[in-house]
Ligand binder design. Structure first.
Ligand code: GDP
Ligand code: MG
Length: 179
């Protein structure tokens, strides 16, 4: 069965892997202070309120500085190809950066549904930056902290919005056979 796929994208060090691990519930992705540590794309399966989906951490494409822009592009392109919805993670501790704007351009072109996760809202400097992200022009923003478990349920609610429950799908199949 094809599960809906959600892809986490964003520039290095915004907290993608931390958020991925929080959502999947197991520490299976590598987290480091240095950007570029996670090597591969990592897949996890999440069940929330009876709805199942695949989650992808594309952080494996955070590589060398000189390749930065290309790597971000590749990462987002993969996300756009594979995902039904995209979680675009930004960093409230640092604020909006030029690389966030590059990611934004690619996502806008794709026409895919984007949830902007404004991460690290636990940080002292976060309040100064949160409203900058509204400039990105997406309609769906959620303030989260992957590390401090803030806003995770809100993010999950938004992810599964519009997804069918698996039991429901099975019922529908039975009904259509019966009729
Ligand atoms: P990635 O490169 O986007 O995958 O980011 P990581 O998940 O590896 O995190 C990068 C750094 O940000 C690490 O030092 C994390 O401890 C830190 N970090 C991640 N999430 C949060 C958060 O919610 N709040 C704060 N203050 N720091 C975070
Ligand atoms: Mg990572």
């Amino acid at each position: 069965m094809n599960l809906p796929t959600i892809c986490i994208v964003g520039r290095p060090n915004v907290g993608k892997s931390t958020l991925f691990n929080k959502l999947v519930g197991k520490k299976i992705s590598i987290i480091e202070d240095t950007p570029g540590v996670t090597r591969d794309r990592i897949y996890g399966e999440v069940t929330y309120q009876g709805k199942k989906f695949n989650l992808i951490d594309t952080g494996g494409l955070d590589i060398a500085k000189e390749l930065f822009n290309d790597e971000i592009k590749t990462q987002v392109e993969i996300g756009v190809l594979e995902a039904d919805k995209i979680i675009f993670v930004v960093d409230a501790k640092e604020g909006l950066t030029a690389n966030d704007l590059e990611v934004k351009e690619l996502l806008k072109k794709s026409g895919k549904e984007v949830i902007v996760a404004i991460n690290k809202v636990d940080s002292n400097s976060a309040n100064n930056h949160i409203y900058d992200f509204y400039e990105l022009g997406f309609s769906n923003f959620i303030e989260v902290s992957g590390e401090h478990n803030i806003g995770i349920a809100d993010l999950l609610d938004e992810i599964i919005e519009g997804f069918k429950k698996e039991e429901k799908e099975a019922e529908n199949v039975c009904e259509s056979i019966a009729s």
